[in-house]
Design a protein around this ligand. Structure first.
Ligand code: GDP
Length: 140
């Protein structure tokens, strides 16, 4: 299996409830290494650009408001098959559909306030990692 990197975001619903450590433990227990991490207040412009692909969706405005409603923790995860592994640990977008033991099953509040983001392909991971981090901020 190839070592990959993927972008993870701990969303405002989770930072508000002080869940960063519990979510990081789930990621590390799954074998993912947190090789970069910073807590930021996403600007409206950043959130709009990051979720550009969803611009036409009815929830776009609400999603941008939510992602700027409090601090987020952006992180780069590294490991074998990191993109797919992180999606597995996250669970389904809607927590009602998420498998037991996943981050979203345990922590998410709603389909929107679902505690974490994770890149959904290697191509998007490369783009999303570069969106938040320069190479010298990532230490594997
Ligand atoms: P993900 O890859 O599992 O995060 O899901 P998507 O890429 O489909 O959606 C991006 C984010 O938009 C999700 O993580 C949610 O925060 C939000 N979202 C997705 N679907 C809905 C929806 O039907 N309603 C609302 N309000 N938000 C949604």
């Amino acid at each position: 299996m190839a070592t990959e990197r993927t972008l993870s975001i701990i969303k405002p619903d989770a930072t508000r409830r002080n869940l960063t450590g519990k979510i990081n433990a789930k990621l590390e227990d799954a074998g993912l290494r947190i090789v970069a991490q910073k807590r930021i207040a996403m600007t409206k412009e950043q959130a709009e650009a990051f979720y550009e692909v969803h611009r036409e969706r009815p929830f776009y405005g609400s999603l941008v408001d939510f992602m700027t409603s409090g601090p987020v923790v952006v992180q780069v995860l590294e490991g074998d098959n990191a993109v797919a592994k992180n999606r597995e640990v996250m669970g389904a977008t809607n927590p009602a559909d998420a498998d037991a033991g996943t981050i979203r099953a345990e922590f998410a509040e709603s389909i929107e306030a679902n505690s974490v983001h994770g890149s959904d392909s290697a191509e998007n991971a490369a783009r999303e990692v570069a969106f938040f981090f320069s190479d010298d901020e990532i230490v594997g």
